[in-house]
Design a protein around this ligand. Structure first.
Ligand code: SAH
Ligand code: SF4
Length: 351
């Protein structure tokens, strides 16, 4: 099967268990050949759930008055980065609601300056910003940025967002991030109401077209307090998960050497969802290191897992889960995307 739109759509439509098992095995083999053994790990810090946007699918959208809003203090943020260091994650992801304010820009700059001595790789996932803001954060030490396009289909995008959100601005942000020298991550949700296999196939081609270094994807999971929940097609958790796994596998086959995360949404659908993501070709995990007290307030969708465990237990649990599938975490390694390293060709740089 070729990697044009038709070929990709055909792979995404596979349902026969033997054919699916073969697809996942092939994707896993490409992961091993291109990225090597081991799973890159990043500590995920959910820095705050105050968001200026109103994406129709998201539990922390501005209009959801049921959410208890929080913003982690600078001391808490720095402590979370220290926790990551202690656990052995050489890299963290700072994620949160989208805020375009000078105060927020400064806060992130200050955080980056404060944690610079820890030598962690830092990924930001703080939504759409002006190019000048992305530049300031890059200069302050952020090396990677995650901004999912959510769907590469402008028409579907407009059905998922209020009219004030612009698909072209989001795409332009990815181009700017690239120009500024970030390792750029993007991705989409699958199992969205009204989404077709063909649209998903075009999503994969979009990743290739913008030459993404990292991909974070996951099934859409309805959140009861959001407008999109009413439009949901009622897919079973297993069907959503299966689509998410197929999308990982196909993305691995087409893009080969990029970092692909086994997202938390997979675990929300099945306890071993992330491990199955790895067996379908993913090579990155992002265990949550947000202080336990805030986790219940960062619910993007129903059943978001991960609340309460202490740091040591997180590592024991992760090691046990990975050992079960014959994998291990690459503690102490920052885990640059091979695709990025090859793209910028940094002599002597280790992934
Ligand atoms: N505010 C930033 C980052 C936090 S949201 C941003 O939007 O870029 C991170 C991701 O959560 C989004 O990109 C979206 O793909 C995902 N998400 C939000 N609501 C979801 C839902 N109901 N089901 C699955 N994923 C969801
Ligand atoms: Fe805000 Fe991101 Fe949720 Fe949209 S997806 S409402 S930008 S947190």
């Amino acid at each position: 099967m070729g990697f044009d739109e038709d070929g990709i759509a055909r792979m995404l439509a596979l349902e026969d268990p033997d054919a699916l098992a073969a697809l996942f095995r092939e994707a896993r083999a490409v992961k091993l050949a291109e990225c090597g053994p081991g799973i890159a790990v990043r500590g995920l810090v959910e820095a705050g759930n105050v968001c200026a946007k109103d994406c129709l699918y998201c539990g922390i959208r501005r209009s959801n008055a049921r959410v208890l809003r929080y913003t982690m203090s600078m001391a808490e943020l720095v402590a979370a980065a220290e926790t990551a260091r202690r656990i052995g994650y050489a890299s963290i992801v700072l994620q949160g609601g989208e805020l375009e304010s000078e105060a927020n820009t400064r806060r992130v700059e200050e955080f980056l300056a404060r944690i610079a001595p820890l030598g962690l790789g830092v990924t930001l996932s703080l939504g759409e910003q002006e190019p000048a803001v992305y530049r300031r954060w890059r200069e302050a030490g952020a090396a990677r940025y995650l901004l999912r396009i959510e769907t590469s289909d402008p028409e579907l995008y407009s059905r998922l967002h209020p009219p004030t959100c612009s698909f072209s601005r989001r795409r332009d942000c990815l181009v700017r991030l690239r120009e500024l020298g970030y390792q750029v991550g993007t991705g989409v949700m699958c199992a969205l109401p009204g989404q077709t296999t063909r649209q998903l196939a075009r999503d994969v081609l979009f990743f290739r077209e913008i030459d993404a270094d990292m991909i974070g994807m996951g099934p859409y999971i309805p959140h009861p307090d959001t407008p999109l929940a009413a439009a949901d097609t009622g897919l079973t958790d297993e069907a959503r998960l299966r689509l998410g796994l197929k999308l990982i596998a196909v993305t691995r086959l087409v893009l080969r050497d990029v970092n692909i995360a086994a997202s938390t949404a997979l675990q929300a659908l099945a306890d071993d969802g992330r491990e199955r993501g790895i067996l379908a070709g993913a090579n990155v995990l992002m265990p949550n290191i947000t202080p336990a007290g805030y986790r219940a307030s960062y619910r993007l969708y129903r059943n978001k897992p991960g609340g309460g465990e202490d740091d040591a237990a997180v590592r024991v649990d992760l090691d046990r889960r990975l050992a079960k599938i014959g994998e291990s975490a690459l503690y102490g390694r920052s885990g640059d995307s091979r695709h990025y390293v090859r793209r910028v060709d940094i002599p002597g740089r280790e992934a």
